[in-house]
Write a protein of this length. Structure first.
Length: 127
């Protein structure tokens, strides 16, 4: 999540934030890594389905090509995010492990909304 977050930053997470409403675009969320469920990832919400994302919406693929159909003029396939699903990405662009690799996430994969960095002391701030 560089430059927003750095390795070693400690976050406060509201685990109840999405009980009554879905995440919104630009929220910073903690999600379960779909390929390694014991690992949590901190990512930014790009879209909540139903939505279709194009190349300008989610930037270059993180590794190889993004999942999806035929390529657009930007070289990136349009992505359909199903109703209720969440598309997340890291702020570090192509160096991030995110939905560009594992696709949209189901709502139950979202643990909560990160709302404050509390440590280290010189990085304390709301997110």
């Amino acid at each position: 999540m560089l430059p927003t977050l750095r390795p070693g930053d400690r976050l406060l997470v509201d685990r109840h934030a999405y009980r009554r409403q879905p995440p919104a675009a630009r929220d910073i969320v903690v999600v379960v890594d779909p390929t390694e469920p014991s690992r949590w990832l901190v990512k930014r919400v790009v879209a909540v389905g139903p939505a279709t994302l194009g190349g300008a919406d989610f930037g270059p693929p993180a590794s190889g090509q993004a999942p999806g159909g035929p390529r657009s003029e930007s070289g990136v396939a349009p992505i359909d995010v199903p109703a209720g699903a969440v598309w997340v990405q890291g702020d570090a662009g192509g160096d991030s492990r995110d939905s560009r690799q594992f696709g949209p996430l189901l709502p139950e994969s979202v643990i909560g909304r990160a709302y404050r960095c509390y440590a280290p002391p010189d990085r304390r701030r709301p997110l």
